[in-house]
Design a protein around this ligand. Sequence first.
Ligand SMILES: Nc1ncnc2c1ncn2[C@@H]1O[C@H](COP(=O)(O)OP(=O)(O)OP(=O)(O)O)[C@@H](O)[C@H]1O
Length: 837
Amino acid sequence: MTSATEEQPETEARNATVLTLTGVTKTYPGVKALTDVSLDVRSGEVHAIVGENGAGKSTLIGVAAGSVAADAGKVEVNGNLLSGADAKEAQSAGLAVVYQHPALLPDLTVAENLLLVVPRDERPSRRNLREWVDQKLSRIGARLDPLQRVGELTVEERHLLEIAKALALRPSVLVLDEPTEPLVSDEVERLFTVISELTATGTAVIYISHRIPDVMRIADRITVLRDGVMRGTFEAGAVTEHEILERIVGRALESTFPAKPAAASLGPDVLDVQALSGDGFSHVDLQVRRGEIVGLAGVSGNGQREFLRGLAGLARVEGDVRLNGTSTRLDSVPAAAAAGIAYCPGDRHDDGMFTSLSVRENLLVRALSSVSFGGVVRRRMEGEAAVEEIRRLRIKTPSTETPIASLSGGNQQKIMIARTLLAHPRLLLIEEPTQGVDVGARAEIYKILREAAESGVAVVVLSSDAKELEGLCDRVAVFARGQVTALLAGDEVTESTITGAAVMAETELERKSALGKTSGRGRRFLTGDFFPVSMVVLALLALAAYTASVDSLFLSSFNISSLLLLATTLVLAAAGQQVVMLTGGIDVSIGAALGFLVVVGSFVLTGNGIGSVLLGVGVVLVASCCIGLVHGVAVCFGGFTPIVATLATLFLLQGLALLMRPNPEGFVSADLALWVGRSYGPVPMVFIIAVALVLATEYMLRRSRFGMSLRAVGSDEQSAQRIGIDVRRIRMTAYLLCALFVGAAGVVFFVQSGIGDATAGASYTLTSITAVVIGGASAFGARGSFLGALAGALLIQTIVNSTLFLGLEPAWQQYFIGGITIVAAGVYSKVRRAAGG
Ligand SMILES: Nc1ncnc2c1ncn2[C@@H]1O[C@H](COP(=O)(O)OP(=O)(O)OP(=O)(O)O)[C@@H](O)[C@H]1O
């Protein structure tokens, strides 16, 4: 038996304060997101933070986690005073966050996303990787293919991975920002079990949610935020759900759901679907009458979502769909839209929002015809329409011109709904209409949907919240194994019958897991970075074989040697380009830099003897690194975009090179020319060295933390920052690494040129970009490989060389390279989309 004195220290430890926020204030342009907020969180408790959309919850968590810099106030995690906005520091002090919009890197694999956050000494060996990932995921009941790219996962799978990632950090303070929104009920239960296991071991859990019943069920204490101000912390047992709701909205609450019309008052069918089949569902009949809202329910993965997306023209379907009696074709989204079908997706971040556009632009993008005259948008009408929607849905935004990305999640959701309605659809398809939306706005959204139905729009709502379907819908179609197994109407539309019908259906399907989708290695290969390499190698071999069959001298030692020597400069330049393109950047100054380095070489690489040559090579590399440093500083600290920063240096370098060598002068050192010209059989030594460098960099890209971070920054800069990657350092290093490759290319190029010619090299900017694009690089970053850059560069050089042997005009070189670029970009994106979908 344990005595009271033995128990005391443990109780004290359990109640120790592990996170303190004191006087936190944060202002965004036009919005005071937090005003003097103080909060303490104790070990072993579930501390809920609730509040309306835009109340400041995510900002508060951002400050605690070091991803948002507060204007005033301090944060202490486990007694460590955080010095500022530094996600790594908060993480090291024991705080982990599951973000509302997961901080995942879509172009990296499931395993890489996990590996990036765990400390170095906890990373498994490659042999144990699969087992290690399975173990991390099994805690939250998820099964995912470790080698699958995160961008291919469903929203639910991404959230489960985000939770597993936070748990892998073994935090003492775990923050869950609306973790259950995309999850189905068994996953929610699993999460709640994990939360109670964690709190039992002393971990503090901060739980942010709009689902008040869930909060009441699991929280020990509840803190209410409204308009960025603390409205009190309450013991969960001492307040009722209604009291919390009233504190959240700051007024007395009316009923959430609008009254349903009597069945007899409903009009004729607006939507009539007969025997509709598609991927994931078959032979579905459904009618929606004027004034009626029909819900779609079922355990996730049973075809209801596919059915909805089929109606939206997003997937192929067969069957008969009539809108107001007119047969409607659904073979594409534009065709569906032209027929008056509007779809509001559940994953607003990836499917719905134009993140860099303003609130006004996002709201009106589908309804521009209603605010334009003769094809010209009337800004005043557009602005007024936007203001009206903002007022109607009580969207919290400083102005119509605020970028939508800076709004809170719930307010973004309201904009998506308003936008869909502004398209004046005949059929409105809406997925998870109130996901992430606060209680006050929920009622408004329900009212708006009901009004739309009354005005003659057929409304179909897909929701995983059975209570929402009960309150909102006149009828509910429950899906199981791709078929409607129950069509509930009138009094049958209750939470328990909906849930019962969904879970009791004998035809219930297993969730379609990512594992199923990716079981083939082939599919992974097609979506991977090495598929383009193999395509390029095949094209290269075919071209070489054809050219050799026309003229056998193509395979002569002399030709191979000169081809590879010429290719070396391009291989090195393309590798440099690939480094920056992986981070989502670009270097348009590479050609000018090569010209400049040739000029530098013409001063420092003219003498003979090993000492003189080494010194000269060193000077060229340092000069190149200076260019890289300027790019890095301009992009990381000067706020310049990569294209502007490198465009500026392009002109500077061209001018400088011409100033130093108005006319070609300064011959290359005979010793250097001799050494660079050495070969192993027909293969020049410099080419072998370039290939070795490329292979080493490729290895670094796939296996090292730096390589993963490089791709992480290109994949999603904000997520990379949130998981503690020093984005500036990575970008800076990328520009320096690029500069080293370009410096090496400069030395080889000087030997090829033989003389300091300031105008040489200009073409390398475009050919280096072309080589990496042919090799599979994406202009958006994170995709591509150094092997691809190598293969792309070799293919370009072979095309140039082959046209001579085939007796073609030089113009054919350009046609071939242009054609191959278009074909490559088209094939890669089509294959990636088809295999990744
Ligand atoms: N990066 C930003 N730039 C400008 N304004 C911002 C930014 N981030 C948040 N805001 C504003 O700060 C306020 C608080 O937003 P926050 O995301 O913290 O709210 P929230 O309580 O988490 O809302 P939700 O429940 O909708 O997620 C909102 O008015 C939002 O528009």
